[in-house]
Design a protein around this ligand. Structure first.
Ligand code: GLC
Length: 492
């Protein structure tokens, strides 16, 4: 067992998430233990040793619930089960146990805002009479004109936030795909259902939950239906429910918003423990390309301080597009021009690429951004495969190009599975620059100068100094605009 992870993450430390190194992975993409072409829970359990040796202290699993998988599992059909492709509840319990034995925490997904249209609640709702308790589980309207002007998030796929349901003979509200109806958080019954879901997974031993798409829980006329006071109130209730029943658990907000609104998800330390630093992310890429510290220092000046017990989660890439929703039009044009010249790489308001291809496979550029990831204030989140510089394939549609099988070896299917290659849920990367024959963990384990070993060393270094995870930051003024310098200091 890794000495550092033991030292930093003790079962009884309520601030464990501050010292964590989080690894984000999709069960279906990680490792296929039963060779049916789809990654599974037992596959992730089998690879815990790899994660431990990388220095990871917490694993964040993308949604693994029963789902038609039209939005890769963010379209949940049952909050209490495991998708049969991925294994069983017992497999999950074993995974939890094994992770905990290694001193690792487990973070799962709570998709509160919406369900799949296959969820039984939606089926009951659309069949129930108007004004009845079941109908009230979702947000219905007789006209598609309500909440006019609210932005459309998946703008490459949807033209309205309302869709007509021929069964209910009414329109239902959805901020994402039209197969993902939004739950009605004005209904106390819906709130109760969510508390039940949380209790179920927390009782099982889950350590933290990422609250998906959390700014959109409630709707009010005349507003943009994002970050409403009512939404913060509900989340405060949720937090106090959690605190009453459980110890040392963590809530992580996915709120892709401007700094003031994003910070509000911490409340006074009484809402979420963590939130993703969406404002910072694109500015790191801008600063790198411009060879200028300004975008980074400038955004830090705009991000208000956060409560003592809270922590940002910082990331370079994730399973979605590199979002450019919360930047100015000018900044977005610049980012598109320099990072997504090929229009096929663009989706909605963002870029569907992995870290290495975004940076033209330049080791120095990957190192510089990774150094920022591991040294700026917050907890770093590594997206699976980026530690070996995996490539992507944006011809696969939606955001699938950044969700391809993890590359373990140069063997068939990159060592991900021994199934017939035609059976693999998504094809492995064979782009000559990123071919799994050369880009895989086995090769990189053998070479101490590989990216994998470099990341491993940076993580180990970070763990030696609490200043990185808990300290403050002071930027130093450099005459040379191309040099970003800062001091991290913790208790002197
Ligand atoms: C979040 C997820 C994204 C998903 C969306 C709708 O933004 O990160 O993958 O498509 O929610 O559930």
């Amino acid at each position: 067992m890794n000495k550092n992870s033991k030292k930093l993450i003790t079962a009884d430390d309520p601030g464990w998430y501050k010292d964590a190194v989080i690894y984000q992975l999709h069960i279906r993409s990680f490792f296929d233990s039963n060779n049916n072409g789809i990654g599974d829970i037992n596959g992730v359990t089998a690879k815990l040793g790899y994660l431990e040796s990388l220095g990871v202290t917490a694993v964040w699993l993308l949604p693994f619930y029963p789902s038609p998988l039209k939005d890769d599992g963010y379209d949940i059909a049952d909050y209490y089960g495991i998708h049969p492709d991925y294994g069983t509840l017992n497999d999950f319990k074993r995974f939890l146990r094994e992770a905990h034995l290694r001193g690792m925490k487990v973070i799962t997904e709570l998709v509160l805002n919406h369900t799949s249209d296959r969820h039984e609640w939606f089926q009951k709702s659309r069949n129930a009479p108007k004004g009845s308790p079941w109908r009230d589980y979702y947000v219905w309207s007789d006209t598609p004109d309500k909440y006019n002007g609210v932005r459309i998030i998946f703008q490459d796929f949807e033209t309205s936030n309302w869709s007509w349901d021929p069964v209910a003979k009414a329109y239902f509200w959805h901020r994402f795909y039209s197969h993902q109806p939004d739950l009605n958080f004005d209904n106390p019954q819906v709130r109760k259902e969510m508390f039940k879901v949380i209790d179920y997974w927390m009782e099982m031993g889950v350590d933290g939950m990422r609250l998906d798409a959390v700014p959109y829980l409630l709707e009010r006329d005349g507003t943009n239906c994002e970050n409403l006071p009512e939404t913060y109130d509900f989340l405060r209730q949720l937090r106090s429910h959690l605190d009453k029943k459980f110890k040392n658990r963590m809530l992580l907000a996915e709120a892709n918003q401007w700094p003031e609104d994003a910070v509000a998800y911490f409340g006074k330390g009484d809402i979420c423990h963590m939130a993703f630093n969406f404002p910072l992310m694109p500015r790191m890429f801008m600063a790198l390309q411009m060879e200028d510290w300004f975008p980074i220092v400038d955004i830090y000046e705009q991000i208000p301080p956060i409560p003592e017990e809270c922590q940002w989660a910082i990331f370079l890439r994730n399973h979605d597009e590199l979002t450019l929703e919360m930047v100015t039009d000018e900044e977005r044009d610049y980012m598109y021009k320099v990072y997504a010249h090929d229009h096929t790489a663009r989706i909605n308001l963002g870029i569907r690429r992995r870290l290495a291809p975004l940076l033209n496979n330049s080791r120095r550029r990957i190192e510089i951004l990774s150094l920022l990831l591991f040294s700026l204030p917050g907890t770093p989140v590594i997206y699976y495969g980026d530690e070996i510089g995996m490539g992507d394939n944006y011809y696969l549609g939606d955001r699938n190009g950044v969700r391809t099988p993890m590359q373990w070896t140069g063997d068939r299917n990159a060592g991900f599975s021994t199934a017939n290659p035609q059976k693999i849920f998504l094809p492995v990367i064979i782009d000559p620059d990123y071919h799994y024959h050369s880009i895989n963990t086995e090769n990189q384990e053998k070479s101490l100068s590989s990216l994998l070993w470099w990341i491993r060393r940076i993580i180990a270094m970070r763990k030696q100094h609490k200043a990185f995870s808990r300290g403050g930051i002071k930027f130093l003024h450099c005459e040379n605009q191309a040099v970003l310098a800062f001091v991290r200091r913790f208790r002197g």
